[in-house]
Design a protein around this ligand. Structure first.
Ligand code: ZN
Length: 301
């Protein structure tokens, strides 16, 4: 049985009760949600800006209750919480068909604000930063689409979690398998959340979906994937990490090409094959796709 709950306690602490929150500021960071946030900042090497957060809390304390309750972050929180019950019912029937039967997914979508990243996952939580400009502008459809994408990852990782790094002495083949893991992991999750864009439209804010509908983009980004795969045997590890991040993640090649591979296998070979490939692994996923792709669209193995 799968479930997702929504935790908006961070938003309440900051926007509804800023004065007591400011008064107990230091002990706040020992609580679970706040610890997750500070851990992210510590691990990513981007220090949390406590002075800025305190200044926000002070400014909110000076506002009236009505002004705080109509703050754009609070309004966005309210719209998400209003849709949460429906989301909890409709999301799993949409993503479960792309996972092996009886894959349980349990997660909490945790709504926060005033931090650097837009969203991240840790300790069974999907943490979403409602004060991120992209989310404030795009609104709750994009956020629910992203939560669905991350929920899919939770299910996928319960069957396959080989992506968490590679040993320092990894062979080129192991490094290539790692690249292929990115393709299958992000590709399947993107294909799953793409299939939810009819209820949570996100094309305007998430370029992945628009590129997935444009053969020229898919062809161009297949070039990116093949650049990363070539780099596993030509580049030192530091340079390879940078190539993977730039070509694969930032330019969205793993997401768009990976989802195109999922769609192609789903259409040509069927859903059962696509799901069986989650067990068989990333290299089998790429091989299955290559048998269906034209010569100039293949992933170079
Ligand atoms: Zn993802």
């Amino acid at each position: 049985m799968s479930s997702v709950s929504f935790d908006d306690s961070f938003i309440t602490r900051v926007y509804t009760d800023p004065a007591p929150t400011l008064a107990s500021y230091d002990s706040l960071w020992k609580e679970e949600v706040f610890t997750l946030v500070s851990d992210w900042h510590r691990y990513s090497g981007t220090p949390l800006d406590h002075a800025a957060i305190k200044a926000h809390l002070t400014a909110l304390t000076d506002q009236g209750e009505e002004e705080r309750n109509t703050h754009p972050v609070v309004r966005l929180r309210d719209r998400i919480m209003a849709r949460a019950p429906t989301f909890q019912v409709e999301v799993f029937p949409r993503i479960a068909p792309l996972l092996p039967p009886e894959t349980p997914i349990e997660a909490t979508a945790t709504l926060v604000a005033l931090i650097v990243p837009g969203a991240f996952c840790a300790a069974g939580r999907i943490v979403v930063n409602l004060s991120h400009p992209q989310f404030l502008e795009a609104g709750e459809d994009l956020i629910l689409n992203i939560v669905a994408h991350e929920l899919y990852h939770f299910g996928f990782h319960s069957h396959q979690d080989t992506g968490s790094g590679t040993p320092p002495d990894a062979t080129p083949r192991q490094l290539a398998d790692h690249v292929l893991w990115w393709l299958q992991n992000e590709g399947m999750a993107t294909y799953a959340s793409y299939n939810l864009t009819d209820i949570y439209p996100a094309h305007d804010a998430a370029p992945d979906y628009t590129m997935l509908e444009n053969p020229a983009d898919i062809r161009r980004l297949t070039g990116n994937v093949n650049e990363v795969l070539a780099a596993v045997s030509t580049q030192p590890r530091d340079a390879l990490r940078e190539t993977l991040w730039t070509k694969g993640v930032r330019e969205r090649a793993f997401y768009v090409v990976g989802a195109h591979m999922a769609r192609t296998i789903d259409r040509e070979r069927g859903r059962e094959t696509l799901i069986a490939l989650i067990h068989e692994g990333p290299r089998s996923y790429a091989e299955a796709y290559n048998t269906l792709a034209p010569r100039d669209m293949k992933v170079n193995l």
